[in-house]
Design a protein. Structure first.
Lengths: 345, 345
């Protein structure tokens, strides 16, 4: 390791680090249509389909805590998180590879539980497990999944196509997975070393959003049925603010979203209240919702407004106007992105 | 984790574990031509090319020791190990995704070193970096690379096509990377806490085989030029014995290889002598050589015998005859496979 000069990673943050290591990166093969910088890479081999590729690496103690996260759920979620990136390109997930590294604390039955969840998600979304790697680890569990998807040539949707006046839409509701995580963390502390059960009553929904998230497959089908093609799309894994910044930065635009339009489930609101957290801040910055954030031309307003699972939360503006949230009292608040170097909420 | 029943992973071993978790695994998508069980998966999307996918997960302390493995070399080797699997399918590597998890001990300069090696390998082999994931880790470094390649439809070579009387061929020489590792481990101990430099004189070749391995791209080109199509192929990452067992098991055959035919470099032999190890055992079981092991019809004997980089080491026999090494004195020794649960040599 370098001993002469030492710049801490925290000084750059996640996005800064990614920018640094991908600086000047070019592609040599003509079929590498789109490399780093979107939910998935786009490859155009021969034929009339594009191949989409995305990958995630999950580390025990960083991405999951096995004291409350059942292995079967972890397997399911790891798959969903990956194929959500394929859906966010307007593609269909087809295959995954699964690599795991295991320390000695894990037994065969544990791995079977993990794989039961992985297989269930694959069955649910029509995806094949086509390869992987199994190895040992000195400490804890590491899971690396790569998902491969397809889209008819020219139909994949990137982050960079948003245009002024486009409507900003989100599916479902936001902040629920993050509140589920806060609940699990609270009950972990409350029950530690005691012979009592955690109390999850009335909070089943936010728990499920954290422990068994789903990808928004059906919304894409609905959009296709209605003939609506998003101009830009991303899945919400790091939080609405962060994803909006990606879309606006890559599209060269600004945005206005409205606090009163942000969809929040009542269980999310109650939990935030209990924990004395601002629920809107949580909806803006809480990760792992795996909802879709996308923009559509204003001409599609009626169609998206009629979709039960979609909420129009704002619109795209000129880059010079910046990114802002309009609060209930009409004030403008600048949106800020957050990566894994900072707390989410 | 499971507390009711607990079967240790060591009771199954690596290959047993893989068998268990992939048991009954079927594919749902028609384009998933070949799933788990080969060097890479084969996908047939529309068009006249097959897509090949392979993945590896490398963990610090298990797969590499940063006290003597420079990060730039590690990056290079991680790419080579992956694309070697694409070559072993008779394919051409095109893209990779790179995921890394980093603990706090790493600084930006370290990551730049790692990526310099990754980029160098990509440049060397004409491969594009098209995606990845960057995250934190509680302890050490984890690297997950997925490689994507292509092969004209129907030309990829699997492990299962070997037939009786086929010739067994290997490229280059064996055991060198393993001996390089033994040398590095010896010098690590010899120099620990002392102000002396490790002594690598006269051992540059085995060191290079461990620290900067190459994939056997040019041999495949040569085979194509000569019109030789291997009937089965695999790259030697776990050791000759282990890979031969994969080919024979999947092809439903046995094999005979000859001790005197196994290619061994003189530096490998000298190092084995110094360490009081049996050099043939090391050539049979030492990993990470990334040479190609393949079978060809006996009719191609003249062509392969004339290739400088290829050595015919034996032939395929009927399954009932088992897998054996014929020693220099004519004795038959049964070949045994070894995974990561046992020592290699």
């Amino acid at each position: 390791m370098n001993t002469t000069k030492r710049t801490e990673i925290s000084s750059l943050g996640e996005f800064g680090l990614i920018e640094r290591i991908t600086e000047g990166l070019t592609t040599q093969n003509k079929e590498s249509i789109k490399g780093v910088g979107d939910d998935a890479a786009i490859l155009q081999f021969s034929g009339d389909e594009e191949t989409l590729v995305t990958t995630d690496l999950l580390m025990e103690g960083v991405h999951f805590d096995l004291t409350y996260f059942p292995l079967k759920h972890l397997g399911y979620k790891a798959v969903v998180a990956n194929i959500s990136d394929i859906y966010a390109m307007n593609g269909t997930p087809r295959q995954i590879t699964v690599s795991i590294a295991l320390s000695r604390k894990f037994c065969i039955e544990d791995i079977e539980e993990l794989y039961a969840g992985i297989r269930l998600a694959c069955q649910q979304y029509g995806v094949d497990i086509v390869g992987g790697d199994t190895t040992s680890s000195l400490t804890g569990l590491a899971i690396s999944i790569t998902a491969i998807g397809t889209a008819p040539k020219g139909t994949s949707v990137r982050r960079n196509g948003a245009k002024e006046t486009d409507l900003i839409c989100v599916t479902g509701n936001l902040g629920a997975a993050y509140m589920g995580l806060q609940l699990l963390e609270r009950e972990k502390i409350a029950t530690a070393g005691k012979d009592i059960q955690p109390d999850f009553q009335g909070k089943e929904y936010i728990l499920e959003r954290q422990l068994k998230p789903e990808a928004r497959k059906e919304v894409l089908e609905k959009l296709r049925e209605e003939g609506v093609t998003p101009t830009a799309m991303i899945d919400i894994s790091d939080g609405l603010s962060s994803e909006l910044m990606h879309i606006c930065k890559q599209s060269g635009t600004g945005c206005r979203i409205y606090e009163e339009r942000i969809p929040i489930d009542y269980q999310t609101a109650i939990m935030a209240e209990e924990l004395n957290l601002n629920v809107v801040t949580c909806a803006l910055n809480g990760g792992e919702d795996f909802e879709l954030l996308f923009t559509v031309p204003i001409a599609d307003h009626e169609k998206v407004a009629a979709m039960k699972e979609v909420r129009v939360i704002g619109h795209i503006v000129n880059e010079s106007m910046g990114l802002a949230l309009i609060t209930r009292d009409g004030a403008e608040m600048e949106l800020k992105a957050q990566g894994w170097t900072q707390n989410n909420c």
